[in-house]
Design a protein. Sequence first.
Length: 468
Amino acid sequence: MNWEPVIGLEIHVQLKTRTKMFCRCANSFGGGPNTQTCPVCLAFPGALPVANKRAVEECIKLGLALECEIADRAVFHRKNYFYPDLPKAYQISQYDEPLCSNGKLAVPTADGEIVIGITRAHLEEDAAKNVHVAASGRLHGATATLVDFNRGGTPLVEIVTEPDLHDADTAKRFLQLLRQTVVELDLSDAELEKGSMRFDVNVSVRPAGSNELRTRTELKNMNSFNFAAKGIEREIARQIRIYEEGGTVEQETLHFDPTQEDSPPSRSKEEAQDYRYFPDPDLVPVHPPAELVEKLQREIGELPGARIKRIADTLSFYDADVLVTGGLDKLWSDVVAAGADAKEAANVLSNQFVAAGIAPDAVNAGELAKLVAARSEIPRAAFDEALAKVGDAGFTAAPYLAQKVVADTGELDPIIDKIIEANPGQAEQFRSGKDGLLGFFVGQVMKETGGKADPRVVNERVRAKLGA
Ligand code: ADP
Ligand code: MG
Ligand code: ZN
């Protein structure tokens, strides 16, 4: 039997608004424990929340980027559960009237794009942070739990996809593209290590060709693209094994640990919960004005997925992907507009440029274009040196362009003759078929000319002279 994996993702993105979702505490990372708190986010009786306008706008903007419908009326609900990181004993979230719904995100791939439905994108507040204290630093064996409320009440957008993904690699690409989209829209720094972007993956498998949705399991709070992909693959294999042995998959939340072979069930606070959602009577429904939605729409430029698709028409998908995901495509277009060859410019940017670790914003595209265009005419060493300095203030290509490669046979021939004369043994071996020695001769000529000889001409002349 062939099995088809079915995957849906839930992604939390921390907005980088100046203040929290429902109070005026600073929304910033790293302050001393419990320094960024107030009666609202500590849930003192009688304290009233007020929705952060900026957060509402940013959620709408992300919804628009994901081609969602923006609700005329959106409602905040209370999601009730009891946990020490949740002082109100409910989280303010959205339920059946979210801000954004019915969108999509197209993931470009080498074989065309894969369109993933976006069920919804809604606003909610984050919980506080539990810090389990034990010698090992892990929950297991902890002797106490401390709560830092700084994160409590900070704004999150939750994005939920349709179960439209069918392999781990596309899921990973989707997450990377979504991350780049929110970063470019300047909504979040979406740093996985800091937890400002985290995701849950839902996985099931079904007989290939069927449309049923079988029981799924969920891996929660992953913070690495590779771990998500690995967790998905592991879970697909496990479920297939269960079905093939005649068993049934149980709906449960699993704990992914990259250092372990399997993902054991985790007892989590969400397990088999009835959240008793109801509209928060302290908050008025949100009615986004049409002019606001139009304004936010106009602020959205060409998004990374669309840029990959456009550039892949000129270059290969691979090149387009490397340029866009590396944040180099703007510089690439500028360099091409300034006259460099598209493919040559892409090669330079995605290889040497990345290796040299140069910030693309610092680069004068016109000067880089001159260098790229002259690449085969200047000595390799000069090219590399110029590239290393191309991000320096006031960089000009001119001094490097002046260092022409020596391609003139009148100049190269005497040098080549001298080297052949000085190495009769190698010359003999080369003549009798040891072709690998060509590199030796070219190397000697390069040394003699201080790296300035045109390697193509030297190759040709050495072969001619040695009668090979
Ligand atoms: P909940 O609110 O309980 O987490 P949802 O129905 O909102 O559940 O779905 C959560 C995520 O799980 C969504 O991304 C959805 O696409 C995905 N999902 C739902 N059913 C399945 C399934 N059978 N297999 C894989 N993913 C699924
Ligand atoms: Mg869920
Ligand atoms: Zn507060």
